[in-house]
Design a protein around this ligand. Sequence first.
Ligand code: 13P
Ligand code: SF4
Length: 346
Amino acid sequence: EADERTARIEAALEELGDDVVVLGHNYQRREIVEHADFVGDSYQLSVEAAGSDAKYVVFGGVTFMAESADIITDDDQTVILPSMEASCPMAGMAEALQVDAAWAEITAAAPDADIVPITYMNSYADLKAFCADQGGLVCTSSNAHRAFEWAFERGDKVLFLPDKHLGENTTHRLGMEDRIAEWDPWDPEGKDPAEVAESDVILWEGYCQVHERFRVEHIEHVRTEYPDANVIVHPECRREVVEAADKAGSTAEICRTVEAADPGDTWAIGTEIHLTNHLQRWHPEVNVVPLCGEACMDCNAMRQIDPNYLAWVLEELVEGRERNVIEVAPEEKDLAKVALDRMLEV
Ligand code: 13P
Ligand code: SF4
């Protein structure tokens, strides 16, 4: 069955030729990644999407990534997501309307402050547009610290959305950890105007359900099992996990670290399990081990992109039918592009 599906995908890709480019996020399963023209993290894929002139961009990733591809590509290019169910739960934790209401409360609590909103790439286009409109920008885990620096050159406070862990880890990296306040829109007591007025970095209460599952005990356990192990974790992990690791780095940084390792080195990887599996395959000379068991690190949003759906959307394109098109509303597109362009500049 798998062979037959692979043959179908290859035949459709051959038929479509240069009309289609397939992008595969590092967290996609092997059966998707092996059909991708480009594999990378969300930042690298947005650069690839921007540079491609293919008529169809088929995105192996989640909704917010496909939206960003639609924003960045030309109007005559069509972005297709093989499953409309592939939505990152973290992106859903900061809805634009809810952020708009919070913005009113926060700016009222700190009326003399110049607050710059930064949203992580893992957010929907309307929130990216909101951030641009308020003088802010987008970042990914590879450039969050540069986005903070950009913001502090223009304002005196940052509101960071939606990932509190990436926000906290970035604030530590910049040596500003004693200036953090949290904003929990779901908890009336988690929104303290006095704290906000005192602090310089306001962190929204959002998190990645995959990376948040890593614990310090996982690191202790892997070090017992592999005494020579080096540990690298994604900055969406909790602060104490980042502190206990040898290194924290974005998806691209994790890939670079394993690429640069000496043969025989052991690296324990604290991120989504599919990337760890790919790294094991791509670098057999390095001992790449997952930081905790498989079930613990599987992103069910990424997993929605089933190879059968990839075969289906491609075959439909061959027949002239565009399925699962991701199209950002025109009124949001231009502003969201401003926020993404500011990121590409920093
Ligand atoms: P990257 O920005 O590192 O690609 O991460 C995307 C993501 O979903 C992380 O959980
Ligand atoms: Fe979202 Fe986390 Fe999955 Fe990334 S790994 S898509 S942040 S849930």
